[in-house]
Design a protein around this ligand. Structure first.
Ligand code: GLP
Length: 254
């Protein structure tokens, strides 16, 4: 399913409402959470809506998708700090149920296995939120990743390190490797919402649309997932064929 909204705030409204509906119907849901610029307005809107509706988030479990190898949980650019700042500290989550990969794990490969095992023990993901990298990666599953790959350590693609440089201070080095849930765990999620906003995603979204499922563009695998919604704004959808855009525009700026 493909849905196109006018802009990132209309996208945020929709995704936030979908999250709230999921949590209301299953207060002990397991959420798969993502980071990145795309998620920031979504988490901000979710926090507002959750407060307004008095949503109970204390029984939720979450597993984050990925983390840079070498960054501690209090490094300002770690995804741990991102999640604390953009979501966790704002609502009454149960910290014991919030799972993140540890960038300082002594043995990252073993840590990935343990993380995947913990996720299985929690019953897998009910609802997975995904952004997409400029090269089509999801989590940090870079082009060429085998579709059956479980949680693993990955050397980041050059384009990913360039794209993510904007989050780091001038002169700081973007880590060369990361840990990520694999396409295996992502595809096992019972429902997936992939979000892409902005012109910088237009090309890869058009490629996703045009191409068959291929390891070269990791998020094409979502075409095989029975309950995935692709949620775009008009800028990210701008290179899709006109007839697709016309059929799918469902939201207008508020
Ligand atoms: C990062 C993350 C992904 C994220 C993607 C898009 O590298 N590992 O999980 O979805 O890139 O990020 P952004 O939303 O900032 O474009």
């Amino acid at each position: 399913m493909l849905q196109i909204f006018s802009d990132p705030s209309a996208v945020a409204e929709y995704v936030s409402a979908a999250l709230i509906a999921k949590i209301q119907s299953k207060p002990d849901a397991v959420l798969g959470l993502a980071t990145g610029g795309t998620m920031e307005p979504i988490y901000a809107r979710f926090i507002d809506q959750a407060r307004q509706s008095g949503l109970d988030v204390s029984r939720l479990t979450s597993f984050n998708l990925d983390e840079y190898v070498g960054l501690s949980a209090d490094h300002p650019k770690s995804y741990s700090v991102y999640m604390r700042e953009h979501l966790f500290r704002h609502l009454a989550f149960d910290a014991a149920r919030l799972h993140l990969l540890d960038g300082l794990a002594q043995d990252p490969a073993e840590h990935c296995q343990a993380y995947a095992a913990k996720l299985r023990a929690c019953g897998g993901i009910d609802l997975q939120l995904l952004g997409v990298g400029g090269n089509g990666h999801i989590g940090f599953n870079e082009p060429g990743t085998a579709f059956d790959c479980p949680c693993h350590v990955v050397e980041l693609a050059e384009q990913t390190r360039i794209d993510n440089r904007r989050f780091f201070a001038a002169g700081a080095t973007v880590p060369a490797s990361a840990m990520t849930l694999g396409l295996a765990e992502i595809m096992a999620a019972r429902e997936i919402l992939l979000v892409a906003t902005g012109e910088s995603k237009a090309q890869i979204v058009a490629e996703w649309y045009r191409r068959d499922v291929t390891e070269t563009v990791p998020f094409t695998i979502l075409k095989r997932h029975p309950r995935t919604t692709m949620i775009l704004d008009e800028a990210a959808a701008s290179l899709l064929p006109d007839e697709v855009s016309r059929q799918c525009v469902v939201g207008v700026a508020g």
